[in-house]
Each structure stands twice: as C-alpha cells, then as structure tokens.
Design a protein around this ligand. Structure first.
Ligand code: HEC
Length: 440
C-alpha cells in the first residue's frame, strides 16, 4: 500500500468537531507511489487511501484555478465589473448576482458547525446559496462571506469575501478551509459537507445526540438537524428542532421558531425543495472531483510508466460504479411528506435543456423522489464536461449498462423500463456524447 505524507491534515479540533477524520490518512499518487491493482477496491468508498493534492497532476495549491470566483476576480482586476456593498448584507447581493447564484436557493442553517460559528445561532442563521458550481455562505454580522467554487480540474476552491474591506484585498483564496473541507466526509478531496446534528438553544451542536453526514441516500428522519426548513408537511425530519434545555432527557427535541423578521438576508425562506436538491448535489460534486483526480493521476503515472492501463481502467470503473448509482438515484431515500411550491423549484427548472417532448433532467418530482427523471443534471455541468475523456467514458458506459438493462441486478429494479426509457430519450437528445453507449 502506498504511503506518503498526509497532504490533508486532520486537525484535532476538526476531528473532534466533525468526527470524520480517521487519524493520519495515507495517500497514493506521489510519483514514487505507483498505483497497482491491489490499490483498487470494487467500490472506491472501500479504499483506505486518498489521492494527494500535491501530486504534480493536481497541484491543488499551486495551479491557477478557473472556477467562477477566480473568473470573477479576474474581471474585477481588469475593471470589467465590481462588487457593491449595501447596508443590509454587505457584499452579498452583489456577489450572488456576479456569480449568477439565485437568491431563491437560500437555505438557513443555525448549528454552530462551520468556520464562523460564534456568529451563528437560531436568531442569526447562516444562509447558504448555490448554483450547479458555486456555493456562497453568509451570516449576518460575520466578517466574512464564505465561498466554495468548483474548478473543473482542482475541485472545490475556497474563498472569503471580507465584508469590512474594499479594493483588491476584498476577496482572497483560502486553503485553511481544507481543515474541515477535505476529509472522509468529502470523499477525501476538497469538497462539500452537509451535516445534520442535534442542536442546543444557542445553536451549539450536541454531537452525542444525533450526528449525520447527509446526502440523498439519507433517510428523511436523519436530515436537516440544525437547519430551518419550510414548505414540507407530514414528513418526519430533524429540521426546525432543538434539544430541550438541561434537566430534560437529552434526546428530547422541541420546536425552534425561525425569527419572524430576518433582517440582512435576501429572503425569509429555507425551502425544503432547495435542501433536497442541495442534499443530492453536494455529494455528487465530491464524487466527480475524485474521479477527475484519479484519472489525472493515473494518466500521469502511465506516462511515467509507474502504472499500467489495466490499473487505470480498473480504478475508473470502480469510481464509475459508485457515480452511476448515485447519478441514477439508485439508493435514494424515499421522499415522504408534501413539498410545497417554491420560488426555488421554479428557478431550478427554468434553465433546463429539454428534449422534443419538453422533458428535462431538471424536472422535479418532489412527491416520492427528487427528480421526475432520476438522472443527475450535473451531467451537463462544466466540471463533468471537463473530466478527462477516460473518466467520462467510464461513467457513460456504466450508466448505459444500467439504462439498457444489461445489468439486471435487483438493486436496479426501481428504475422501471419506462423510467429507463424516458431518461435514455432525454439523454439521447440533450447529451449526444452518451448516445453511442446507449445504442451498444
Ligand atoms: C470547522 C470546520 C470548518 C471550517 C474550518 C470551514 N468549514 Fe465550511 N463548512 C463546514 C460545515 C460543517 C459545513 C456544512 C454546513 C454547516 O453545517 O454549516 C460547511 C459548509 C460550507 C459551505 C457550503 C457548502 C458545503 O460544503 O456544504 C461553504 C461555501 C463553506 N463551508 C465555505 C468555507 C470556507 C470558504 C472556509 C474557509 C475560509 C470554510 N468553509 C471552513 C465546516 C467548516
């Protein structure tokens, strides 16, 4: 097993807070650490190593990033645009507009689980906004707006916008964020986190009561601890709850009410529809970053004769199995409850690519599952398009095996022939690159 110096150090604070880091991690990929078939597990989640951010094929800290925030910074430097502050929320409104992130995507989290935790509470929750490639986090009164933007090659790149600064120092790239944002919970690459925790009245997380990393596979009952959630009725979830005060049994939850006026936030909303989409998207972004890194490192090692094409193929096939299942929502937890209409749902579907019958991968179901046609719209994202060709090919070929019925495993039974046919038709017309795989 290759070993190397840990490039993503797990600090003890982060480990204590997140319970995610499993001691020093070992990494494959430094040029002396050749990849072999023994390093490839049937599923990448069974691996005990992570790709190194210092590998020359990655060079996370040194390589120029082309994420949306980096592009914005360049436009500001060239005086093509600028950010403006307003009294209510500083640079937030202007930043969201410049990054084309919709205000309708606002979700509110009140657990003290992230960087500027002293400013976060049920009275001043942290607002998170997202698009297919950028996530922006703002807390009223906090000095920094936090941004995570996906570079097609590097993965999530982290920035802060200093609410008290003006001029060239206002935005800066930060690597210290990786203390929490590169761990097992982000599949070992710089990536996204979504936690669900039991929270005390002041917003502090009570780790021992409930403590989950969540994505679309998480049962509803495990989701949204420490988050405000509106627009969902009849579902059992952990949103809008806090732990009863001391003295009571520590597992008793009581309702926590969202402040009736939320000054300094674009809207009062924290729509269930947005949270459900966010739960899906963040983990998939991480998985796509990992296969991109694996493909680039393997390609580098092939060129230096440190590995062989059969190892690369096995590695990418292993990543692709997990990605295809996730992109096709195979293990999605059933959606319970009635989700109300929301401005978010409308703007989410507005930009969709549609087939001749008007169908799209951005059509929300929101009755029993997230998507009407359960195949992820991130297939069209800049990060997906920029994956090395062998990585895209591995994903297409695995998705095609499932959609064409070549793989008849019982776990794919809920993708009925009708659903598989609909998804295939949409893909053929909106994503021609996968067409050839579907016809094989
Ligand atoms: C102490 C651990 C910790 C540190 C350090 C940290 N974060 Fe986070 N961050 C979290 C957690 C946990 C979440 C999940 C949402 C929540 O619980 O608030 C999160 C969520 C986010 C999100 C929303 C997207 C996502 O991953 O869910 C952004 C954007 C973000 N952080 C930016 C940053 C930036 C920028 C920095 C560095 C300046 C940073 N974070 C440092 C813990 C941390």
């Amino acid at each position: 097993m290759p070993s190397g110096t840990s490039a993503f150090k797990c600090s003890s604070t982060a480990a204590a807070l997140l319970l995610l880091c499993l001691g020093p991690l070992s990494f494959a990929g430094a040029s002396e650490d050749a990849l072999t078939l023994a390093d490839v597990s049937p599923l990448p989640s069974a691996r005990v190593w992570f790709p190194s951010d210092e590998h020359p094929a990655i060079d996370y800290a040194g390589r120029r990033s082309d994420d949306a925030m980096a592009l914005l910074m360049r436009r500001i430097a060239e005086s093509k645009t600028s950010l403006h502050r307003d009294d209510a929320s500083g640079y937030l409104t202007s930043l969201l507009a410049a990054l084309k992130v919709s205000q309708d995507s606002q979700m509110l989290v009140f657990s003290k689980t992230s960087l500027q935790r002293q400013f976060i509470s049920p009275q001043t929750p942290r607002a998170i906004f997202f698009s297919d490639e950028v996530v922006v986090a703002h807390t009223r009164g906090a000095p920094l707006i936090e941004v995570a933007a996906q570079d097609p090659r590097l993965g999530m790149v982290y920035y802060v916008v200093d609410q008290n600064a003006a001029g060239p120092d206002t935005i800066r790239r930060e690597t210290a964020c990786l203390r929490c944002h590169a761990s097992l919970a982000s599949v070992g690459v710089p990536g996204n986190l979504i936690r669900s925790v039991g929270v005390r009245a002041n917003g502090a997380a009570a780790q021992q009561v409930a403590n989950f990393n969540t994505d679309h596979r998480s049962p509803m009952a495990e989701r949204w601890g420490g988050w405000f959630v509106d627009g969902i009725a009849g579902a059992k979830h952990m949103g809008n709850l806090m732990l009863a005060e001391k003295g009571a049994d520590d597992s008793v939850f009581v309702p926590v009410t969202k402040p009736s006026t939320l000054i300094g936030y674009p809207s009062p909303h924290s729509a269930a529809a947005a949270l459900l989409v966010f739960n899906h998207q963040m983990h998939l972004m991480n998985l796509l970053i990992r296969i991109g890194w694996d493909a680039r490192i393997a390609d580098f090692q092939e060129k230096t004769k440190a590995t062989t094409p059969d190892v690369t193929a096995a590695l990418l096939a292993s990543d692709a199995r997990e990605i295809a299942d996730y992109m096709l929502f195979v293990d999605e937890a059933p959606l319970t409850g009635q989700v109300a209409e929301s401005a978010f749902a409308k703007s989410f579907s507005a930009s969709a690519l549609r087939d001749g019958q008007g169908r799209s991968l951005r059509d929300l179901d929101l009755r029993t599952r997230l998507l009407r046609y359960p195949c992820s719209y991130l297939m069209y994202s800049r990060a997906f398009e920029a994956l090395p060709a062998p990585a895209r090919a591995a994903i297409y070929s695995r998705i095609a095996e499932i959609l064409t019925g070549k793989d008849r495993d019982a776990r794919y039974a809920k993708l009925t022939p009708v659903i598989r046919g609909d998804i295939s038709a949409i893909l053929r017309s909106t994503k021609p690159e996968i067409g050839a795989y579907l016809s094989q």
